[in-house]
Ligand binder design. Structure first.
Ligand code: ATP
Ligand code: MG
Length: 394
């Protein structure tokens, strides 16, 4: 017989407030970000004196506290008296100039937010609204690299300052991908990057104290071993210095302990959590892969299981595949699935997409009788990967 709700409820939990460990929770203070927070405050300060702030660009790897720090500062900013307004745009969702302008109008001049208006109409309405009382409008573009027509957007927003007789518009751009700058027009690049702040990754000590702060409010007193916190911090700092990942490890570890009816979070629970969190990440990445990349990954997984030619040729080729044999595998799986395979050039693009997502790793083989060739290795258990793909196709 399954358990009843009251059985489960009465079993208790290591958490006091599980929500505190969630990535969406905004903590009251952000240790080890004092300097960065101070810089952001200085950057927006002019708006409190009725002057237009310079555009600001914030860069740093994932989980380094960029979004949280900006939200923290803007919440304090909003408590101050000033003639200004803020829009916080998540560009993963609002990913084009049109959508972003439309969102601004919907937020600040809602009576004009009807479907079907063109860009120039929306632009005029925003200008009217800013000029109305000469405010400083601060637009936060989080994950700005996701905007498809970013040059157009930056151009429109900076040009607005020439068209405005009163007030101004400033941009705070946030990104964890530096390479997107390369595809920007030099003009929009220089206006976007007027001021720049870089968020460094956290080291293991810093992650420890971040975790300790959250554990104090999220977990019951004394249930999380200090060594378990240190382990989660060490794992996350080895990977990327990502606070989100470190928090996920402890959240998952707590869930594992709750499920087993235990009463303390130990190192072994963090180890188990690591496997499960990594698999969740892989699962999300794999199940949203475009079709051809998925077939390539499927070929990599299947061939790793069946044993590669490279493995048979070389003493230390364990787990590696030749890119040529993977291409053959891709061709044959595509045909089996009734899909038309793409050329070798596309195939190389798919491989680099998969590498970017951390699903495979690639190395150049040394010069040998085969010349230069790329060796490919799957990053997760090939059986699991194959399983996920088969389920997501069905
Ligand atoms: N200094 C800190 N103190 C406490 N918690 C932090 C700190 N830095 C980050 N976090 C937590 O880590 C998680 C990720 O932070 P945040 O979303 O700000 O990262 P990000 O730099 O914007 O990452 P991404 O580039 O992936 O968007 C959040 O849950 C946040 O609360
Ligand atoms: Mg962010």
């Amino acid at each position: 017989m399954p358990e009843s709700f009251s059985d489960i409820l009465s079993r208790g939990s290591v958490f006091i407030d599980r929500n505190v460990m969630s990535p969406h929770y905004i903590p009251e203070n952000l240790p080890h970000r004092e300097k960065e927070i101070n810089k952001i405050m200085r950057a927006v300060l002019p708006a409190l004196k009725n002057q237009r702030p310079q555009n600001l660009f914030i860069y740093g790897k994932t989980g380094t506290g960029k979004t949280s720090s900006v939200k923290y500062v803007m919440a304090k900013f909003a408590e101050m008296k000033s003639n200004s307004a803020i829009s916080h745009v998540n560009c993963r969702i609002y990913n084009s100039r049109y959508r972003i302008l439309n969102k601004m109008v919907a937020e600040h001049a809602p009576k004009f937010a009807k479907p079907g208006f063109g860009i120039s109409f929306l632009y005029e309405k925003i200008l009217d609204w800013v000029e109305g009382d000469g405010k400083n409008f601060i637009v936060i573009l989080d994950e700005i690299d996701m905007v498809r027509d970013l040059d157009d957007l930056v151009y429109t927003l900076t040009r607005a300052n020439d068209d405005l007789t009163k007030g101004g518009i400033s941009i705070i751009g946030i990104s964890n991908r530096l390479s997107f700058k390369d595809r920007l027009d030099p003009r929009s690049r220089s206006s976007l990057l007027e001021t720049e702040i870089v968020f460094p990754p956290y080291n293991s000590k810093q992650l420890q104290s971040i975790l300790e702060g959250r554990v104090k409010v999220g977990f019951a007193d004394g249930v999380v071993r200090e060594s378990a916190i240190n382990l989660a911090a060490a794992i996350a700092s080895q990977e990327t210095g990502d606070a989100r990942y470190a928090l996920q490890l402890l959240l998952k570890a707590g869930e594992i302990v709750d499920e087993a009816g235990g009463n303390g979070v130990e190192d072994k629970d963090v180890e188990l959590a690591r496997k499960s969190v990594d698999e969740d990440v892989a699962y999300d990445a794999i199940s949203t892969l475009p079709e051809h990349q998925r077939v390539v990954l499927y070929a990599v997984a299947s061939m790793t299981i069946s044993g590669s030619r490279y493995q048979k040729l070389s003493d230390n080729g364990e787990g590696y595949l030749l890119s040529g044999e993977v291409y053959e595998g891709y061709l044959s799986y595509s045909r089996k699935l009734g899909k038309k395979p793409r050329s070798a050039r596309w195939f190389r693009q798919y491989l680099s997409d998969l590498e970017m997502l951390g699903l495979i790793t690639m190395v150049e083989s040394g010069k040998g009788q085969r010349g230069h060739t790329r060796l490919i290795r799957i990053a997760y258990s090939p059986e699991k990967v194959k399983d996920i793909i088969e389920k997501s196709i069905a």
